[in-house]
Design a protein around this ligand. Structure first.
Ligand code: SF4
Length: 451
């Protein structure tokens, strides 16, 4: 926690990083405004999407079994991993079985979550990210800055320097030229890769399919060129039906990047059939739990499983906007990170405190997750586990007094300041001591109204 506080303090003062992030967020905002215009009734679309996801979560077992049965019939091998160690072991076994030497990957937060790339590289397997943003962060030896736009913190100059170092290209390359350099480099990689690893935007239960949406066509190359395709997906990604994609694809496109629809939308049903010309010879789907069951089994917190990883809550969060994605102790950053990470890793419960609880995240979420309420819920859970009785008493007393303005107004400000620092001061650090003003807000308000 101490490290988190010191890193955030340092990041919050980084004006250069802030300017780059702010520039990108402004562009995102204007595009999203346009994207939203495609919905005749946006609130109905959000409500419906939230309801469909919630229904899938409430009947998770049934939908996952349905997916498994149909996918198996299509020739897919479905594997269940309860944690990252099991998921990595499955990948190791597959790589060994098929003598995999080179892996290409499309953007997938779940593979970041389990540390897949580093794990495979340690085993001597060549791994290449094929999403441009992911390739940039791979070459920078960084982790993704954002769940949708991993290199959001990089300017053209930054990228030109990275490419110059890796590919010897000109420092003056334009945006288009940089994309061209990456494309040329990746073509060679696609041709020699034995295995493609992707995530899943949605697991489609009624057809046993994996839905993947992307803008660069690189994920398509990952699951159609190499002879083995591995999908790693969190269990909460399931949706009941293929027809649900008619809502989820445009909704994710709009809230993720401001598009009406993402450029490439694919549904993968299994390995190549005898009468087909392309596609992998073998396809595996690893369904990952890794703390999700814990989150989903909590009645209040389950709603967080609706998340479609659009990134809107990050872009709109005043805390994320100031500290950026690398300050967080886990790859899931921003409001959704503060909600789910404490369920995945007990030792990171403190991230829930890095929030202003302004509620903007809940307002923008396309699947209506009450994020700020869940952050508050995590705080209470954290305090119950880690807080002292003195702090709990202090909070109760404070909450009680705040509800009765006349009591608050008769307690001298010096006593309030002393009591606050005595009972809750430890939690308030590293901020400056809180000194209560002589007049309370309600007394000032009353005197103004009387005038
Ligand atoms: S919580 Fe909502 S806004 Fe945030 S990434 Fe998930 S779907 Fe998007």
């Amino acid at each position: 926690m101490k490290e988190f506080i010191s890193v955030t303090a340092q990041k919050a003062r980084d004006k250069v990083a802030f300017d780059k992030l702010w520039h990108n967020i402004q562009q995102y905002e204007s595009k999203v405004k346009e994207g939203k215009k495609q919905f005749k009734d946006l609130s109905l679309a959000k409500r419906t999407a939230g309801h469909i996801k919630q229904h899938a979560l409430d009947h998770l077992h049934n939908y996952l079994k349905r997916f498994e049965n149909i996918a198996k019939r299509n020739g897919v091998q479905v594997l269940w991993a309860s944690n990252s160690t099991e998921a990595l072991k499955y990948v190791d076994d597959i790589c060994q079985k098929h003598s995999i030497k080179t892996v290409i990957k499309s953007k997938s937060m779940v593979t970041e979550e389990i540390g897949l790339r580093e794990h495979l590289e340690q085993r001597g397997i060549e791994v290449y990210e094929t999403d441009l943003g992911e390739l940039i962060v791979q070459w920078s030896k960084e982790r993704p800055y954002h769940i949708v736009t991993p290199a959001m913190h990089k300017s053209r100059d930054d990228v030109a320097k990275i490419f110059n170092k890796r590919l010897g290209t000109s420092l003056d390359s334009t945006h288009e030229e940089l994309v061209g350099h990456a494309r040329k480099f990746l073509r060679g990689v696609y041709q020699r890769a034995d295995c493609g690893i992707t995530g899943a935007n949605f697991i489609v239960a009624d057809v046993g399919g994996i839905a993947i949406t992307e803008n660069e066509g690189n994920a398509r190359m990952c699951f159609s060129v190499p002879r083995v395709h591995i999908v790693i997906a969190g269990i909460e990604k399931v949706i009941p039906s293929l027809t649900d994609l008619a809502l989820f694809f445009p909704l994710l496109a709009t809230y993720g990047t401001g598009q009406w629809i993402t450029t490439y939308n694919s549904i993968v049903f299994g390995p190549r059939k005898n009468d087909e010309d392309d596609g992998p010879e073998h396809m595996y789907v690893i369904l990952l739990d890794n703390g999700r069951s814990r989150l989903l089994s909590d009645r209040k917190a389950r709603v967080a499983g609706r998340c479609i990883r659009c990134g809107a809550c990050l872009n709109n969060c005043p805390v994320y906007q100031h500290i950026g994605g690398h300050a967080y102790p886990h790859i899931y950053s921003g409001p959704i990170g503060k909600v789910i990470v404490p369920w995945f890793d007990d030792s990171l419960g403190y991230v829930s405190f890095a929030s202003s609880l302004c509620g903007k995240c809940s307002e923008v979420c396309p699947v209506e997750i009450p994020l700020h309420e869940l952050i508050q819920y995590n705080r209470v859970r954290y305090q119950e586990e880690h807080g002292s009785i003195l702090e709990a008493l202090g909070f109760y007393l404070w909450a009680w007094i705040s509800k009765i303005p006349w009591i608050e107004s008769i307690i001298p400000s010096k006593i309030k300041s002393w009591a606050f620092s005595k009972f809750i001061g430890k939690l308030w650090k590293p901020r400056k001591p809180l000194l209560f003003p002589k007049k309370t807000f309600s007394s000032i308000y009353k005197s103004i109204r009387k005038r």
